[in-house]
Ligand binder design. Structure first.
Ligand SMILES: [Zn+2]
Ligand SMILES: [Zn+2]
Length: 171
């Protein structure tokens, strides 16, 4: 028996539930790709199946075979109060939840992005991500939403993830 769970029928990727982060709002949406930034090239197609864990891409720009890994530095289990920097302008509730959840996950980075991270050059990371995966004209979301998602997830990353990355082969 394979492990069944929610997945995206379009890309085969894992899906996670962000509904519990909403305040008293019942809504069927609440599911997001289990990625550091919600993809903007296609809409999540929720399905039940065995998600394909695949091989990781750079979580900043999408490049294949990233060589670096940033571990989470916050453990919410023994941290009662934590602060993250997050500008929620243009962010939906689910995008906000996704951005905050990112402090629990490792982030993979390619060589170029690891240099940009060391420089804390958020603007250049956003430019690079949008160059590599342009926002499709007929896509599910517009460029302002994509920029807000990138800015939100990256600002949570930068407030919770100081220090140097580990080589990702150590995983
Ligand atoms: Zn997908
Ligand atoms: Zn990258």
């Amino acid at each position: 028996m394979e492990d069944l769970g929610f997945m995206c029928a379009r890309c085969g990727g894992e899906v996670h539930d962000v509904t519990h982060n909403r305040e008293g709002e019942l809504d069927a949406v609440g599911y997001r790709h289990n990625r550091r930034v919600e993809p903007w090239d296609h809409e999540l197609e929720l399905a039940v199946g065995a998600p394909d864990p695949g091989t990781p891409d750079c979580d900043f720009c999408g490049e294949a075979a990233p060589g670096w890994l940033y571990y989470p530095t916050l453990d919410p289990e023994d941290t009662d109060v934590f602060e993250v920097e997050l500008d929620t302008t243009h962010l939906s509730d689910d995008d906000t939840a996704t951005a905050v959840l990112n402090m629990l996950y490792p982030w993979y980075a390619c060589d170029t992005c690891s240099v940009l991270v060391a420089d804390r050059n958020m603007e250049q990371i956003i430019v690079r991500a949008l160059e590599r995966t342009p926002v499709p004209a007929d896509g599910p979301v517009g460029e302002d939403v994509v920029r807000a998602r990138l800015r939100g997830s990256l600002s949570v990353f930068f407030t919770t993830r100081p220090g140097r990355p580990q080589p990702s082969r150590a995983v």
